[in-house]
Design a protein around this ligand. Structure first.
Ligand code: 0X9
Ligand code: ZN
Length: 320
């Protein structure tokens, strides 16, 4: 058991997932998405007995390592599924009607690096992966840096907008689409679920936004935008009912900025997932350094997010 409202190392989180899978084989299975550049196994849990006609929902977090509130929220979801499986009828419905994958830390190397904080104060703000140094001439000198922004490395309009070809940039897109083991493995994992994937939700922080496709250009949507938008609107409404937290919904360029190479756009376009959302958790965008969220906000953040995510899950599970 993990006490919620705390931050844990990647090894504690993954051991916890293993234990859950061992002790509750009827509802949870350990899954291995792939291996990070430093050799960590990217693991998650698969909830619900599988059968070919069941719809699948995938929830991930931690593609950006400094976004600890997102990682906590994903572990909170897991904790909730496990602890409420016998008492909460809503969770029982999900377990019966859906297959839900939760992968709490997509970028474990980056996450562990952010936890080395005490020896290196700058490390807490690390966003990218920990891939090997690459160099590029930036007009003045040849600059070499480590890490790729994994949320710029997906094969959706790769390198077109809102990313950088300089390895020292925070938004370095990598040498080519899916050049990184983390994104490559994850895209293969998601592709293997194609056809049954009805929702894909990626948790980030911060700015209190519920974002849908597409991100590269204003007013550019997939044909099923009406459903996507309706469910997003309902989700932010339900989320706000709990503590009054105000979220906005829209596409990236409409409500924050345009960029390409992100996971939700790739999932939307390539896998034709109806509900493909990026959620930016607390705090609001006016906060100066919202990546460091006060511990006492962790559980409320996770709870209200679950209320919003529940709208998506209800939508998908009621189609059955
Ligand atoms: O820039 C990103 O990768 C995400 N924001 S974050 O602050 N967590 O790094 C994605 C935001 C989604 N934005 C758009 N779709 N434009
Ligand atoms: Zn992020």
């Amino acid at each position: 058991r993990l006490r919620m409202g705390e931050y844990y190392s990647y090894s504690v989180i993954s051991t916890w997932l293993e234990r859950i899978a061992e002790s509750l084989p009827d509802i949870a299975e350990l899954i291995e998405v792939g291996t990070s550049i430093e050799g960590r196994k990217i693991v998650g849990l698969k909830f619900g007995k599988d059968s070919p006609e069941k719809k699948i929902v995938v929830i991930d977090a931690g593609i950006h390592s400094r976004e600890w509130a997102a990682i906590h929220t994903a572990t909170y979801f897991i904790n909730l599924m496990v602890n409420s499986r016998e008492t909460d009828p809503q969770i029982q419905d999900y377990l019966k009607n859906l297959v839900i994958y939760i992968i709490p830390v997509l970028n474990p190397d980056g996450y562990e690096y952010t936890r080395t904080d005490k020896t290196n104060p700058r490390a807490r703000m690390w966003r990218k992966s920990r891939s090997a140094r690459q160099c590029a001439f930036d007009g003045i000198r040849n600059s070499c840096c480590q890490g790729v922004d994994l949320n710029r490395n997906f094969d959706f309009r790769f390198a077109e907008i809102g990313s950088s070809r300089y390895p020292c940039s925070e938004i370095y897109h990598g040498s080519s689409a899916f050049s990184e083991p983390e994104t490559k493995a994850y895209s293969q994992f998601l592709t293997s679920l194609k056809g049954r994937l009805e929702a894909y939700i990626t948790l980030h922080s911060y700015s209190q936004l519920w974002i849908y496709s597409y991100s590269h250009r204003k007013f550019t949507y997939a044909p099923d935008i009406d459903d996507t938008r309706r469910v997003a609107a309902k989700a932010v409404q339900e989320l706000g009912r709990m503590y009054g937290t105000k979220y906005r919904h829209g596409t990236g360029p409409e409500i924050i900025y345009a960029f390409s190479g992100g996971s939700t756009d790739w999932a939307k376009e390539t896998l034709k997932i109806k509900y493909s959302y990026t959620i930016e958790l607390r705090p609001g965008y006016e906060e100066w350094n919202g990546f460091v969220l006060d511990k006492n906000q962790l559980i409320p953040t996770a709870k209200e997010t679950w209320a919003g995510v529940g709208v998506v899950l209800d939508e998908v599970s009621s189609q059955w």
